[in-house]
Design a protein around this ligand. Structure first.
Ligand code: XMP
Length: 509
């Protein structure tokens, strides 16, 4: 398989670069700038992309790389900091720019450069830099400029070395997509062999080979990743796969039944559903502190799940839905403090498996979804919004009771139903109902009521670190409010949360 290396120098768009390369049907992987040259050589890349980064190349403490990487005969594209690094490694002059460029900037390019094939001479690209290449190194031709940047792109065609000061990976760069396409297909001569159908076929084959006639156990949460992992494993080994689904009673209305029905009717596997709503409610009785609730739900889940696994006489392999961003080593900061961000399950010491299987560990989330759709997993699961591990437990403020769970599930289901009907749901990153545990006075017919309040929350966001509250149309809110107060017993008031993050968080607890 053709591979592109994205060599990470700590920039914020590094995963985006790899995703954009993969959008072009070429596999890309991210490695930190501390990866030894020999390792890079042995992986036989078709091309290497140096990423951006927040540092200055002339600062000795900044991330650098051995200049021999430019002599491997593998095409290189430097982006932003990576662009300056190529210049610096080859003896060019990099300095603080008299004028920093930030945002959409008009760039003039030499359309004869293979990098700019099919791109107009003038277009808008996204810039974000305070240093610039004051003098291009010997052997390089300047093939791009802006009003304030005398070297916005340069090439050494003979050695297949290219560098751009702008960010082709972001959508604000008008022809950025074409620049990356040119690098991959014109310069690196890729053929585009990264396609999801092949991925499924190859993965299924290698899973069959590795698992043989042994068993595999997977913890299924009903989330996107574990569902797609289950689909792949089922296709590979059918009944040898046991999915353990712990229903703690804090999922959305009918969600547990939906997950069970999907996996027992569409897929060949052994499906074990552990219903333990009562145990969870018992443990949560009288507990009001949000962190305490989280801890109890987490610990109880861990215990129930592993006790179930312990019952399996023949354990075989343990599978999980880890995806690529969980495994990437960051190139930020000092080599000594580089950490791996493995979002992996902690196992009890007394349980042993043949090995761990992570069939999605090379995929980004959008690729996981594409595989899920191809496997025939329903859209509700493939496009499921993020749902917190502790479930409705963090959406019921204060003590959790069966009655409150019922009220919240009903109200939340109405909200989701109305949002889906209008098609508005697909424009939002996350939306749900909250039970704030507040009772207010109301009037119903001739009677005074004193009942629960429901809050509606809906946000848009790229990354969940910050989020905007969504400006849902009033008539849609009115419909939802009407239905909730009419159809859900013991709710007499509905409010809409108009707080962004920060200062609020997405969840209420
Ligand atoms: P916050 O509330 O921190 O939420 O703004 C950001 C994103 O994280 C999800 N979230 C959680 N997910 N366990 C999870 O697995 C949790 O305890 C948890 N708390 C928040 C939240 O739904 C949102 O998508």
């Amino acid at each position: 398989m053709e591979k592109i290396l994205v060599l990470d120098f700590g920039g914020q768009y590094n995963q985006l670069i790899a995703r954009r390369v993969r959008d072009n049907n070429v596999y890309a992987e991210i490695l930190p700038y501390t990866t030894p040259l020999n390792e890079i050589k042995s992986r036989q890349y078709k091309g290497i992309i140096f990423t951006g980064g927040p540092n200055s190349v002339f600062d000795t403490a900044s991330p650098h790389y051995r200049k021999e990487i430019l002599e491997l005969g593998i095409p290189v594209l430097g982006i932003c900091y990576g662009c300056q690094l190529v210049a610096w490694m080859r003896g060019g002059k990099v300095a603080t720019a008299p004028v920093s460029e930030y945002g959409k900037i008009e760039v003039t390019v030499n359309t004869k450069s293979p990098l700019f094939k099919g791109i107009p001479e003038k277009s808008v690209m996204w810039m974000s830099h305070t240093d610039y290449i004051a003098e291009a190194p010997e052997g390089f031709r300047i093939v791009g400029t802006t009003d304030d940047c005398p070297c916005a792109a340069m090439e050494n065609r003979e050695e297949n070395l290219y560098a751009v000061q702008f960010h082709p990976e972001v959508t604000h760069s008008q022809f950025g997509k074409q620049v990356l396409h040119n690098f991959l297909y014109v310069i690196c001569r890729c053929t585009g062999d990264w396609v999801m159908d092949d991925f499924i076929e190859n993965t299924v084959q290698s899973l069959c080979k590795r698992i043989g006639n042994k068993k595999v156990i997977l913890g299924l949460s009903g989330g996107v990743d574990s569902s797609v992992a289950a689909g792949l494993l089922s296709r590979a080994v059918g009944k040898q796969l046991t999915c353990v689904f712990v229903d703690q009673g804090l999922m959305r209305k009918d969600e547990g039944d939906f997950v069970e029905k999907t996996f027992t009717t569409l897929f060949d596997m052994t499906f074990v559903r552990v219903n333990c709503q009562d145990t969870f409610l018992e443990k949560l009785k009288g507990v009001t502190d949000p962190e305490e609730k989280r801890k109890i739900i987490g610990t109880e889940f861990y215990n129930v799940f592993w006790n179930e696994i312990r019952k399996e006489a023949d354990k075989g392999f343990f599978a999980q839905g880890t995806i690529y961003p969980d495994c990437i080593e960051s190139g930020k900061g000092d080599a000594d403090v580089i950490k791996t961000h493995h979002n992996r399950v902690k196992m009890p010491d007394d349980i042993e498996f043949e090995g761990i299987i992570e069939p999605l560990c090379d995929l980004f989330k959008d690729e996981v979804r594409a595989v899920g759709e191809k496997l025939g997993i329903p859209k509700e699961l493939v496009w499921r919004q993020p749902f917190p591990g502790p479930g409705l437990g963090v959406r019921i403020i204060g003590e959790i009771t069966a009655e409150k769970v019922r009220i919240l599930q009903e109200a939340d289901a109405i909200f989701r139903e109305e949002m889906a009907k209008t098609g508005y749901a697909s424009q939002l990153s996350q939306f749900f109902a909250v039970l704030p545990n507040v009772k207010t006075v109301g009037v119903m017919g001739d009677h005074r009521t004193y009942d629960h309040l429901i809050a509606l929350r809906a946000v848009t966001t790229d990354n969940f670190m910050t989020a905007d509250w969504a400006q849902i149309p009033y008539d849609l809110l009115a419909k939802v409010s009407n239905r909730i107060t009419n159809e859900v017993d013991h709710v007499n008031r509905v409010v809409y949360d108009i707080t962004s993050k920060p200062p609020g968080t997405v969840e209420w607890e």
